[in-house]
Ligand binder design. Sequence first.
Ligand code: SF4
Length: 305
Amino acid sequence: MKIGIPRALLYHRYDVLWTTYFRELGFEVIVSPVTNKTILEDGDRYSIDENCLSSKLFFGHVSALIGKCDYIFVPRIANYGNEGVLCSRFEALYDIAVNTFRDKGTEFITCDVDVQQKKPELVAFSNLALQFGKTYSEGARAYEAAKQAAQEAQQKKIEAQEALLAQDGIKILVVGHSYNLHDTYIGKPIVSALQKLDAIPLLADAVNLDAVRTRYTNICKDVPWMVNRELVGAIDQYHDDVDGIILITAFPCGPDSMLNEMIIRRVKDKPILNLLLDSQDGNAGIETRLESFVDIIRFRKGAQV
Ligand code: SF4
C-alpha cells in the first residue's frame, strides 16, 4: 500500500507526524517532489483564481502524485480548540481535491481534526487506521510514535536555530507559514538570498510552538488563527535578538494581510520588509528589495556603533 502526501501546505508543519504515522502502520509513503515549474503550472490550472498561491501549489503537488500511489492523504483540519482555528481552506481542502481530480481515478483518504467537536488528533488518527482495516489501538499506537518523532524533530530545529542565534552578524527573522518558508518556489530563495548577503536568517517556525502561542497577546490581543498566533508570538520572542523582520505572504492570504498590517503598526522599532508573492512574479525583483533591506540594517547598525 502506497500513501501519497502532497509536499505543500500543512505537510511542511506535520511532515514527520504524517510520514511516521503511515510507516508505523506498515505503509510506504510517497511525497511529491519539491515545487518545480510543472507543479506550479499544474497548480494554476487546477485552481480558481481566488486561491492563494500556497493552495495553488498544493493542487500542483496533488497532480504530481496521480498514478504514483494508492491513496492521497488530505486531512480536514478545522481547529485545535483553545489553541485557535486554522484558515478555513484546511477544512475544505479534502472535498475540493476530491472534486477537482474526480475523473483521474485517484482515491483520496482523510481524517477530521476538530477539537471543538471533540475530535482531537489522537481520535482522528486512530479512526483513520480503521479505514485501512487496522484496529483503533493500532492507529493510536502509530499516532503516539509519530507524535514523539515529530517533537524530537522540532527540538532539533530549535537547537539548530539557537546555534545560529549565538553567531555574530546581521540577524533577520523571516516570518511566514512553514509551507511558505520551506517551499522551493516561495521562501527558500529568500532565505538563500539573505545568506548570500551575509545575513543570518532565523525562521519563525523553528521555535517551541506551545511557548510562542501563549505570547502573541504581547503584540496583538485578538488573533483567531492558531498559526498566526505562533508567528506573532515568534516575533515577540525574537524581537530583541534580531536586526530586522521579513514578513512573507502568499497572495491573496486573508489572515496574513490582516495580521501583517497589525504587526507593522505595533512593531515600530525594527525595520520590517513585507513581501507579498504571487504566481505571476515569483521572486522577480525580490533580491533587489532584500539587498536594500540588508543595506539599511547594516547602515543602522554602523550608525549605532
Ligand atoms: S492562511 Fe493564507 S496562505 Fe495559508 S492557506 Fe489560508 S489563505 Fe492560503
